[in-house]
Ligand binder design. Structure first.
Ligand SMILES: Nc1nc2c(ncn2[C@@H]2O[C@H](COP(=O)(O)OP(=O)(O)OP(=O)(O)O)[C@@H](O)[C@H]2O)c(=O)[nH]1
Length: 433
């Protein structure tokens, strides 16, 4: 065999081991549980800042004294488990006191030497110490950062073979989702469980679609938390770890205030400020939808358009504020007369409409007449005690099935209204398309 390329063989096993230990800066320990004797190397001491001390024997109690009392219990437990052969090795992360007084994070690993390899009947457990203070410091900073974010930070792993699972979820999941991090890590369904039942399928689909497309995804959904429903936004972006697994790094943030604002804006954008009824914009939108519905399903529809007669006189004699109050009272009358499925809107200064699904011409005319008579017979009492009388002119159009476009309906309604005005007002005229 060509030994030219294998100079390492020129070294003894001992020298090679020492070289590896020097390079990895690993401290070593050997422990005899019966005698309590512990042997450590130089690096074991140097790691803790004791540069003057060299390797040799120490007592088990000396090791215990250097360990953080809060971590000692776990270390004892893990050692006992390994000695009782309930765990294949000893593996703990614990804090040990540095010569300068601060705590170092030490990753301690070891294993019992098989009896077959020992000359005596003694038990020996041997292992290494690695200083992982730097990594633990970074982890601590990351956790602090995750804590300060107004939401939940997480990483979950997807793989074709195994189900998705959280590998990290910030402690804030308790506050924002009502789920303890340990429960989320144990089973991701615990996080899905708090999603509003009406949104669960959508959230699951968003995750599955994102995983399949391997693209960043985002999903807004409600959660049920402490008896209340709140809007959240989850987002994640993928990082391919290897051919087997993808890590998804993401956040869940509370967007309930934003959604509330959106709802208010949405409401404002469809509402008539003076009367609180729907406005013209919303009415036109719904009329479009009504046309599509009647075309597709042959739904009978009727539209009633009402205009206050000689309203200018009310404004001119009683003032604009009184006119406003009259319009508000009229809106209340219309709102009360309409069915829940009807749409009532103020579409112009003193012009109102009622869009009625599942309504034929006769029924619509009867309702229009009722409203006209009610308004004619009931004086409106304004806040200052003044009473005013109004009359209405109206046009009713009904249709069933396909209609070319909304202008056909609106145009006919306008013509009926105009005729009602010109024929003396205080009347309703009807037509079928
Ligand atoms: N108070 C008040 N008046 C309004 C509002 N919008 C429109 N008007 C008034 O409504 C009146 C409408 O007058 P016209 O279109 O001449 O109609 P009219 O006086 O009702 O007469 P006819 O419709 O022909 O019976 C005008 O005086 C407008 O200023 C409003 O929001 N508040």
């Amino acid at each position: 065999m060509d030994t030219k390329h294998r100079p390492v063989e020129a070294l003894s096993t001992e020298a090679r081991l020492q070289a590896i230990l020097r390079a990895t800066k690993a401290g070593t320990w050997e422990w005899n549980p019966d005698s309590g004797e512990v042997l450590v190397n130089d690096q074991w001491w140097h790691m803790l800042g004791y540069y003057g001390r060299s390797g040799g024997a120490i007592s088990f109690h000396e090791w215990e004294r250097l360990c953080h009392p809060d971590d000692l219990k776990l270390a004892h437990h893990e050692l006992a488990e390994h000695l009782a052969r309930r765990s294949p090795d000893y593996n703990v992360t614990l804090r040990m006191e540095h010569a300068q007084g601060h705590w170092c994070w030490i990753h301690s690993r070891g294993m019992r030497i098989p009896e077959s390899e020992l000359l005596s009947k003694d038990i020996w457990v041997m292992g290494t110490h690695q200083d992982i203070s730097h990594q633990m410091g970074l982890k601590h900073k990351l956790e602090k950062l995750a804590d300060s974010v107004p939401g939940v930070v997480y990483t979950f792993t997807s793989s074709p073979e195994k189900p998705c699972r959280f590998t990290y979820i910030s402690p804030t999941s308790e506050q924002f989702l009502g789920v303890a991090p340990a429960d989320a890590i144990e089973n991701p369904e615990n996080v899905v469980k708090v999603v509003h039942p009406g949104d669960q399928d959508r959230v699951r689909r968003a995750v599955v679609d994102g995983v399949q497309a391997l693209k960043s995804w985002q999903c807004d959904y409600r959660i049920c938390l402490r008896g209340q429903s709140r809007w959240m936004r989850a987002m994640a972006c993928p990082e391919v770890e290897n051919s087997e697994a993808v890590a998804w790094h993401g956040m869940v943030v509370d967007i309930d205030d934003q959604k509330q604002l959106e709802r208010e804006l949405e409401h404002l954008s469809v509402t008539d400020e003076l009367t609180g009824l729907y406005n013209r914009r919303y009415f036109m939108q719904r009329l479009d939808e009504a046309l599509a519905e009647s075309t597709r399903y042959q739904t009978p529809y009727a539209l009633l358009s009402l205009d206050v007669d000689r309203f200018k006189v009310i404004n001119d004699t009683l003032g604009h504020l009184a006119g406003d109050a009259a319009l508000r009272l009229l809106a209340q009358v219309l709102g009360r007369r309409a069915r829940r499925t009807d749409l009532v809107a103020r579409v112009g200064g003193e012009e109102f409409v009622l869009l009625m699904p599942q309504t034929g011409l006769q029924d619509a005319e009867a309702l229009a007449e009722q409203v006209r008579q009610l308004v004619e017979q009931t004086p409106f009492e304004l806040q200052d005690g003044q009473r005013i009388r109004l009359t209405l002119s109206g046009g009713v159009v009904s249709w069933q099935g396909a209609v070319a476009d909304t202008s056909k309906i609106l145009g006919l309604c306008d013509r009926l209204l105009y005729r009602a005005k010109s024929q003396g007002r205080n009347q309703v005229l009807v037509a079928r398309i």
